[in-house]
Structure formats: structure tokens, C-alpha cells
Design a protein around this ligand. Structure first.
Ligand code: GLC
Ligand code: CA
Length: 562
């Protein structure tokens, strides 16, 4: 067992569970059909009411709010026009202060999304930058003129499809955008840009927010010579972005300098967290280097290993083992299953949900996420077993960043995973307080059965499973920060691993198989384990290690030492 499992102090963002809210569809407080801050305030008790014995709260420790700043909503808030104000759709700064205070009263931290790779093209900085090549803000964005005979400055692509360059008639030059043309990239090489962004960061930290999730945090810096990215040999991906080696528009050394500066700024405040999206097509290695050589960059780099994995124990375990090996000793891992950009896991892993019980997969996936070593990020509705709404009529789609991209192949819209939270079986799943108007995106048709209210009354529901699991985790130092060790080398149908501190061992066994029981063949002391949580054994009972795991069994067993 590593000494570090017990000998250092763990911070809230290491031991806690972070819950992502997509504000547009979590809860609508004023009844206009669009989610807002008032709605979130009304629903705080659902997330954590501050009472450890509470009968109904979920029991999370922090909220990450997808963007709430003023925005024309081309990319649903990931295109900002005023970083120091709240979008009127969501409320006011006073509402935000109230949310922050009430969350803090309940022991919930608030983490904001910080979208500073780019602004909206309606941001005053960009509007000014467009006016002329001599304007004081002329250099705040990435402006270029193509070489003679070329139709654009270089071959850099937009992640959302097509070229990353858009021509601005007014200025007579092209500007670069990693995402939609309405989201021009800032020029991070300009010290004035950095200073302006750091002022925004201070503004929110002074207000009391507990940290940030940096949006697209690996593409801030770009090659100053704007060299072409090399084409991958034989690449034929439908999204042209993936056909290039992103040598010159992503992960440049200067990017780490920027993150270090942000981290240094954060360290001047108490106990804040810096989380970063190390960009969607990056795998493990790219995310790990974002801890920084001296653990001076991101606290929690978000990589996409589970979203890119099939629902297969061998594959998932390999991802965990890799991360265990490469995460620096003073770094801390972070995992997630779902977010607002990808299909929800129960929709993604269709190969399993087609033939078996999605309820069982949801519980097994929850157990994996909440019992491996690292901070789990939950996405709203995941705790209910929400699945993507794939029946949204085209004229009601809201993902304009992707839908309206007019060049090349566009990735599918992301609306399916962003539909309203399913609170109860009343009109529109109880999403709106007050008037029952059409919500911003259509509620999934399964809401009369799949909702918070009905799941709270069903002891076998996914929600109640999450609630129990979160409580078990909260009371178990081993599950919060103990070291991780697999008991199986090449798992085919089940996973079994330990989490350990000097005084506690928790054995986690998950059977992925739905047909037959499985032999739990591990060499451990078999006597006197206490059942912490199980789909098949009575909780609290002392049992011997079972010889077999039942189909889809999930069991957590504990041993303590003085
Ligand atoms: C991130 C966000 C995504 C957004 C993009 C551009 O990947 O998660 O929703 O569209 O950045 O800001
Ligand atoms: Ca509203």
C-alpha cells in the first residue's frame, strides 16, 4: 500500500464528487421554458441539503455549471459577450450570489466554466478588433492574410467541421476559430489578452467561486508562424479535423505556460480548484502532461478514456491501469462517463443496452466511476439513468454551433444528451416551476416512469443506488483516497479490485455478465467482510467472501483494522 494513501491531507476536490449542471435544462425557475439560476437554487436540496442523514438528497459535494455568462447562445453559452455578467436568460448577478451562498450553506462548492480559448464574435473585443489592422485591439485575435495564390492562411481546421478560417470583409483579413465561426480564438500571445482574462478570473474568485473548469484548455496557444499541420498518413476520418496531426494549433509548450499562470493566480486564493478539458480527441498522455512537471498546472485534467471505451471490463481496466501508472504521485486522477458533448453512456453503450437490462449497466457503471481512485464527475440525470432523446424534430434542435457549421462534414448535434432533467411525471417532467410552457428542448418520452420522484420511491431504482453509493463513499476513507489495486489481470466478464488505506480495505466486485454467475477467484482472506453495498447481499451483514458473483452483481465489501 502506498504511504501517500494516508499520510497527506486530501482536498475537497480530491475526496468529493462533482456534479455537472447544464443550466439550460436543469430546472426552470421562472416558467419560461428555459433553465435558470433560480431553478437551480430551488433544486439545491435535491443535490445536497447539508444534512448527512437526509432521506432524499443525492449527496454531491460540488457543482460545475456549464457557462452562465452573457451570450448570444450560438453554442449555448460557450460563446461569451460579457464575462462579468450573467446571461439574462439565467438571471442576474444577485441570483448568482444567492446561489453561491445557498450552495455553500449546504456544503456544495461552485465551479464555473471558463471559456477563454475564444469569445463570441459579438464580444466588444472582437467587434473592435474587426474594425482595422491599427486598432489597439487589432492583435487580440488570430488575424492572417493568405500568401499570394492561397485561398486561406493555412490548413488548420475547425473542430466543428470545415476550415478554421473565416474572412472578415471589414478588416480584409481572415480570423481563426477552433470551433464555430462565431467563436473567434483569442491571441494568447498578446499580454493584454492575458491580463484581461486574468482580471475576469479574479472577478469570480473575489466573488467566492471555488474554481473553474477551463473549456478547451489545450488549444489556447498557436504556432506564431502559422505553419500547416501535417496530414495523417492515409487518414479518412469524416471530420477533417481528425485527419491532421495538430502540431501547430494545439498542445504547444506555451499552452502550459498559460495554465501555469492561471494556476499561480488561483493559488493566491484559498482552496480553489483548476479543472481543464484537455480537449476532446486527446487521450491519456496529453491529459497527464497537464498536471505540469511540478504539479503546477491543472489540478484535474479531464481526459475522455471512459467515453471512448466500449462497455467491456478488460478495456476499462486497461484505461484505469494506464492512468494509475502515469498520474504523477502528487497529481490526482479524474474520470467521467457523460457530459454535454457526447451521447449519455446508456445510449452510447448500445451494444449492451440492446440485449440486456440498462438498469443493471447503470448501477455497474456508477460503481466503477465512484469507486476507482480519482474524482468522479457526474452529469445531471445520469443518476436517474437518463438516456439520449433521439427523437427531437430537426426544427427544435438547439445545437447551432454544430448544426449551422456550413463547410465540410459536421459532427452530429449534441442536443440528445441535453434534454430537460426529469423531476416528476407532471407536464414536461416538472422541469418548469409555474407555467407549463414548452421547454427549450423536448423532454424524453420516458419521463413518466423515469424521474426523480418515482425513483425515490423505488428501492431498486438507479437514483437510490447512486444515493447509497455516494453515502458509502462519503464514509469510507479507502474509497475517497485509498490506493487502487486490481485483483484480476485480464478481466473478461468481471472486475474485482481493492481500495486501501492503512486502516480500511474495500473490495469492489462487478460482474458485467448477464447470463451466468461468475466465480470470484481472488486470493484474499475470505472471512469476515462487511457488506457496504450490494445488489445481492444484505447491507451491514458480515459474510465470507462469496465464491461466485451473480449475473450483474455489484458488491462492495469492507474490512477495517485498528
Ligand atoms: C468545449 C465544450 C463544448 C463547446 C466547445 C467550444 O468542448 O465542452 O460544449 O462547444 O468547447 O467552446
Ligand atoms: Ca427560465
Amino acid at each position: 500500500m502506498s504511504e501517500s494513501a494516508s499520510s497527506r491531507t486530501y482536498r475537497w476536490w480530491e475526496t468529493g464528487v462533482i456534479y455537472q449542471i447544464y443550466p439550460l435544462t436543469f430546472a426552470d425557475g421562472n416558467g419560461d421554458g428555459i433553465g435558470d439560476l433560480r431553478g437551480i437554487i430551488e433544486r439545491l436540496d435535491y443535490l445536497n441539503d447539508g444534512d448527512p442523514k437526509s432521506s432524499s438528497a443525492l449527496g454531491i459535494n460540488a457543482i460545475w455549471l456549464s457557462p452562465i455568462n452573457k451570450s448570444p447562445m450560438i453554442d449555448n453559452g460557450y460563446d461569451i459577450v460579457d464575462y462579468q455578467d450573467i446571461c439574462p436568460t439565467f438571471g442576474t448577478l444577485d441570483d448568482f450570489d444567492e446561489l453561491l451562498a445557498k450552495a455553500h450553506d449546504r456544503g456544495i462548492k461552485i465551479v464555473l466554466d471558463l471559456v477563454v480559448n475564444h469569445t463570441s464574435n459579438q464580444h466588444p473585443w472582437f467587434v473592435e478588433s474587426c474594425t482595422s489592422q491599427d486598432h489597439p485591439k487589432a492583435d487580440w485575435y488570430l488575424w492572417q492574410t493568405p500568401f499570394e495564390g492561397q485561398d486561406r492562411p493555412n490548413n488548420w481546421q475547425s473542430y466543428f467541421g470545415g476550415t478554421g478560417w473565416t474572412y472578415c470583409k471589414q478588416r480584409g483579413q481572415f480570423y481563426f476559430h477552433t470551433f464555430n465561426q462565431n467563436q473567434p480564438d483569442l491571441n494568447w500571445q498578446n499580454p493584454d489578452v492575458r491580463a484581461a482574462v486574468y482580471e475576469i478570473v479574479r472577478f469570480w474568485l473575489d466573488r467566492g467561486v471555488d474554481g473553474f473548469r477551463l473549456d478547451a484548455s489545450s488549444v489556447y496557444s498557436k504556432d506564431p508562424y502559422f505553419r500547416d499541420n501535417p496530414l495523417k498518413y492515409g487518414a479518412t476520418d469524416k471530420n477533417d479535423y481528425n485527419n491532421y496531426h495538430h502540431l501547430y494549433d494545439k498542445n504547444l509548450p506555451e499552452n502550459h505556460q498559460i495554465i501555469r499562470e492561471l494556476r499561480t493566480l488561483l493559488e493566491t486564493y484559498d482552496d480553489r480548484v483548476l479543472i481543464g478539458e484537455t480537449f476532446i480527441d486527446n487521450r491519456l498522455y496529453d491529459s497527464v502532461i497537464f498536471h505540469g512537471v511540478d504539479n503546477d498546472e491543472l489540478h484535474l485534467p479531464i481526459a475522455f478514456e471512459f467515453p471512448f471505451s466500449p462497455w467491456y471490463p478488460g478495456y476499462l481496466q486497461r484505461e484505469i491501469e494506464k492512468k494509475e501508472k502515469v498520474t504523477p504521485a502528487d497529481g490526482w486522477p479524474c474520470y467521467f462517463l457523460d457530459n454535454h458533448d457526447i451521447p449519455r453512456h446508456l445510449s452510447r453503450w448500445v451494444e449492451c443496452s440492446l440485449c440486456v437490462d440498462a438498469n443493471a449497466i447503470a448501477k455497474a457503471a456508477a460503481t466503477l466511476l465512484l469507486t476507482i481512485r480519482g474524482t468522479p464527475l457526474l452529469y445531471y440525470g445520469q443518476e436517474l439513468g437518463m438516456v439520449d432523446n433521439t427523437d427531437i424534430p430537426e426544427d427544435q434542435l438547439q445545437d447551432h454551433a454544430v448544426v449551422k457549421s456550413d463547410t465540410g462534414e459536421t459532427p452530429p448535434p449534441r442536443d440528445g444528451a441535453r434534454t430537460p432533467m426529469q423531476w416528476d411525471d407532471s407536464a414536461h417532467a416538472g422541469f418548469s416551476f409555474g407555467k407549463a410552457v414548452q421547454p427549450w428542448l423536448p423532454v424524453h418520452a420516458n419521463y413518466p416512469d423515469l424521474n426523480v420522484q418515482s425513483e425515490l420511491t423505488d428501492p431498486d431504482s438507479i437514483l437510490n443506488f447512486y444515493r447509497r453509493l455516494l453515502r458509502v463513499r462519503q464514509h469510507s476513507p479507502a474509497l475517497q483516497y485509498g490506493c487502487w489495486r486490481s485483483l484480476i489481470h485480464y478481466p473478461h466478464e468481471h472486475m474485482a479490485y481493492l481500495r486501501e488505506t492503512e486502516t480500511e480495505t474495500v473490495l469492489i466486485a462487478i460482474n458485467f455478465a448477464y447470463e451466468q454467475p461468475f466465480t470470484l477467484d481472488v486470493s484474499l482472506d475470505r472471512e469476515a467482510w462487511t457488506v457496504l453495498l450490494s445488489t445481492d447481499h444484505e447491507v451491514g451483514k458480515a459474510i465470507d467472501l462469496p465464491d461466485t458473483l451473480q449475473a450483474f452483481e455489484v458488491t462492495l465489501l469492507q474490512k477495517t483494522r485498528d
